[in-house]
Design a protein around this ligand. Structure first.
Ligand code: FES
Ligand code: FES
Length: 214
């Protein structure tokens, strides 16, 4: 066979291979897309229609929040932060990251600080929940921690303050007379985007002192 013909045959074969490769590739992409879309649909269905897979979960529940029995309609996948803020109007609990990283959403559950953005509401039925709205002093006084913040002007924008207060309140129940370092460690799950940590610690140390004297 002449060289030119051999070359043309090679070219034809190469372009067939190219087409095959491209076709195979495109088919692969379509197949992968179909699989991932199916996965997405499956997950979406599971979330949108919880009754289909968890029909026995009762949505109308009673929660003990700030010493009150609150009746509320809660979806199975709903977080405590969502329930507190959107259903019960307790917007003092803040949402920062919504993924268990910043502590802005901290509340007490049976006196233990928990990230409410990462706690399913159904999991705390029967527990005692305290939010920043439930942190009160005796009579019409501020809670000693709140008074400490007022006296030391501990926060800048204040967005992180409710979370820090609840974390400190929970920690001080286990260690009422901490060193500054111990208290810093106790609230180390909370982040302040204004980076006001020294002032926050001044305020919380002052609040801890007021709490001991109360
Ligand atoms: S909002 Fe819950 S940890 Fe950040
Ligand atoms: S004071 Fe602004 S985030 Fe802490």
């Amino acid at each position: 066979m002449p060289d030119k013909v051999i070359c043309m045959a090679d070219e034809n074969e190469k372009s067939t291979l190219d087409r095959m490769t491209r076709r195979t590739f495109i088919k692969g992409v379509i197949a992968a897309g179909a699989v991932s879309w199916t996965g997405y649909m499956y997950k979406a269905t599971a979330i949108a229609a919880p009754g289909a897979s968890s029909g026995s979960i009762e949505r109308l529940i009673t929660l003990n929040v700030n010493g009150q029995e609150r009746h509320v309609d809660v979806m199975p996948q709903e977080t405590l932060a969502q329930t507190l803020r959107n259903k019960l109007g307790l917007t003092g609990t803040k949402i920062g990251c919504d993924r268990a990283e910043c502590g802005a959403c901290t509340v007490l559950v049976d006196d233990v600080p928990l990230y409410s953005c990462s706690t399913l509401t159904h999991s705390v039925r029967g527990n005692k929940i305290v939010t920043i709205e439930g942190l009160k002093g005796t009579g019409d006084k501020l809670h000693p921690l709140q008074q400490g913040i007022l006296d030391e002007q501990g926060f800048q924008c204040g967005y992180c303050a409710p979370g820090f207060l609840m974390a400190a309140a929970g920690f001080l129940k286990t260690n009422p007379n901490p060193t500054r370092g111990e208290l810093a460690h106790g609230v180390s799950g909370n982040i302040c985007r204004c980076q006001d940590y020294e002032k926050i610690l001044d305020a919380l140390m002052r609040g801890a002192q007021y709490l001991r004297e109360a």
